[in-house]
Design a protein around this ligand. Structure first.
Ligand code: SF4
Ligand code: SF4
Ligand code: FES
Length: 201
């Protein structure tokens, strides 16, 4: 499959997704619900890229979009960066104490969050569930409830007899592994340990 990512021609194997091709070329695309070795879910949309040419372009999630012959991909257009910032704004308003989210905010140059904070501990990316199901083969946790009541839980909210206490779910979680204690009340951002340069548009 001959594709072009950010001007680089690449002969991608059939079955590759766009993010796999980008990773192979060393092109960084920010992600939250994608983890190598786990099935892609396409939930957070942070990994969006722009495909197509001229006025026929569209945004797709690179972790789920399969490569196809002649595909042209841009990973850092102004449209992408603006969309990523909005997505991240919403996620940070949900979970301002996630260091991973704060680091991503620094990386993409997000400097304001306009939405009311919810101070939750989860962004519902589903990584913990896929880790438990697909790598630990335990199926100990899952989504329960819907809409605003959604949460990650064990069946019937009871202590699990199948959980192996392996910690895999915590290891992959973008909200519980490392906490950020410094989000400023006025814009919910911290930036205290930011070491990143914003992506160029
Ligand atoms: S600690 Fe339990 S719930 Fe978490 S991944 Fe391991 S088996 Fe699954
Ligand atoms: S607990 Fe963590 S890994 Fe699981 S859905 Fe929430 S943010 Fe994602
Ligand atoms: S990383 Fe692709 S949608 Fe979340």
């Amino acid at each position: 499959m001959q594709i072009n990512i950010d001007g680089i021609n690449f002969d991608a194997p059939e079955g590759f997704t766009v993010i796999e091709a980008a990773n192979f070329l060393g092109i960084r695309i920010p992600t939250l619900c994608y983890q190598e070795g786990l099935s892609p879910w396409g939930g957070c949309r942070l990994c969006i890229v722009e495909i197509g040419m001229a006025d026929k372009t569209k945004l797709v999630t690179s972790c789920t979009y399969p490569v196809e012959e002649g595909l042209r991909v841009r990973t850092t257009s102004e449209r992408i960066v603006n969309a990523r910032k909005l997505i991240l704004e919403l996620l940070i308003s949900q979970c301002p104490t996630s260091k991973k989210l704060q680091d991503l905010a620094s990386e993409i140059g997000l400097n304001r969050v306009r939405f009311h904070p919810k101070w939750e501990n989860c962004i519902y990316c589903g990584l913990c569930i896929r880790m438990c199901n697909e790598q630990m083969m335990a199926e100990a946790i899952g989504f329960s409830n819907r809409g605003r009541e959604i949460k990650i839980d064990t069946p019937f909210q009871e202590n699990s007899e199948v959980c192996r206490k392996c910690g895999g779910c915590i290891y992959v979680c973008p909200a519980c592994t490392l906490r950020c204690d410094g989000p400023r009340p006025e814009n919910l951002l911290c930036g205290g340990c930011s070491n990143y340069q914003p992506l160029s548009c």
